[in-house]
Design a binder for this molecule. Structure first.
Ligand SMILES: Nc1ncnc2c1ncn2[C@@H]1O[C@H](COP(=O)(O)OP(=O)(O)OP(=O)(O)O)[C@@H](O)[C@H]1O
Ligand SMILES: [Mg+2]
Length: 262
């Protein structure tokens, strides 16, 4: 099972879109794929059409005020073949306050995923734009981090902040987390987009994906309509770029949590 976290502390950079796009492409190719909504705002759950309120959510893995629920009971099939979701709920916003610094709380998701290891080939974690217990859990459970980064002037400062937080988490995790910066919302017509992409490549060189996700109004329309990208005609620009990104990621070496521990 490969687990990729999609994270950036900056809001609105394409985290949820990237999670849904890659997840739906994987599922369409027959891979058993699980999307986990780690964001209390639950945009991914809304996009996929599975709301966590009544059905249980990531919140219930933490056992606040009772026993934790087994991960398998919180996973839902979607209307797309091979695509499942573990939804979010608004209650997750209270986790940081309720858990405080209780020990062991950073590994709850990793343990839950171990229970599901034989059920899924790929897991994608859509992270919230805040550094807290949910983000720490996501990074601890992952074998690769994807950082969607909007190609605009302010993005680089946000990226630096994100990478600094990551080094903090890496220190407590005890082993590095391979990462791929994914340029998003690229508009070749604007100088700002081109300059930002150039700076990203200069500064982070092979840490940046070759695939660049263009600004594509059809991506915005698909998220508004709740249609995962794999349902789009393949020739559309955004869909093609996400397919190229997926091929690139699949070709990168898989360092599963078990491999790294060995
Ligand atoms: N390549 C793109 N082209 C055009 N619109 C896009 C693209 N990627 C994402 N969007 C749109 O931009 C908005 C923000 O995207 P998304 O929700 O994926 O970002 P996010 O990083 O998950 O945001 P948040 O931090 O709020 O969770 C959405 O309306 C989405 O449809
Ligand atoms: Mg989001």
């Amino acid at each position: 099972m490969r687990v990729w976290a999609v994270s950036n502390q900056k809001g609105g950079v394409g985290k949820t879109t990237t999670t849904v796009a890659l997840g739906s492409l994987l599922a369409a190719s027959g891979k058993r794929t699980l999307l986990i909504d780690m964001d209390p705002h639950a945009s991914l759950s809304g996009y996929i059409g599975v709301e966590g309120g009544a059905h249980g959510s990531v919140y219930d893995l933490f056992g606040i005020g009772g026993n934790p629920l087994p991960a398998g009971t919180l996973v839902h099939a979607t209307k797309w073949d091979h695509l499942s979701v573990l939804p979010a709920s608004a209650a997750m916003i209270t986790l940081d306050r309720q858990l405080g610094t209780r020990p062991g709380m950073g590994l709850i998701l990793a343990k839950a995923l171990a229970e599901l290891a034989s059920d899924f080939d790929h897991v994608l974690l859509d992270c919230p734009p805040t550094l807290g217990v949910l983000m720490v859990n996501a990074l601890a459970a992952s074998d690769r981090l994807l950082v969607p980064t909007q190609t605009e002037a302010l993005a680089l400062a946000g990226l630096e902040r994100m990478l600094r937080s990551l080094s903090m988490i890496e220190r407590s995790r005890g082993r590095p987390l391979p990462r791929t910066i994914v340029p998003t919302m690229f508009d070749a017509r604007t100088h700002a987009s081109r300059a930002c992409l150039e700076q990203l490549r200069e500064k982070y060189s092979d840490g940046v994906s070759h695939a660049v996700i263009p600004t594509d109004t059809q991506i915005r329309e698909a998220s508004a309509a709740g249609v995962p990208l794999a349902s789009w005609p393949a020739a559309r620009r955004g869909g093609l770029a996400y397919r190229q990104l997926l091929d690139e990621l699949l070709a990168s070496p898989a360092t599963s949590v078990a491999d790294a521990a060995a």
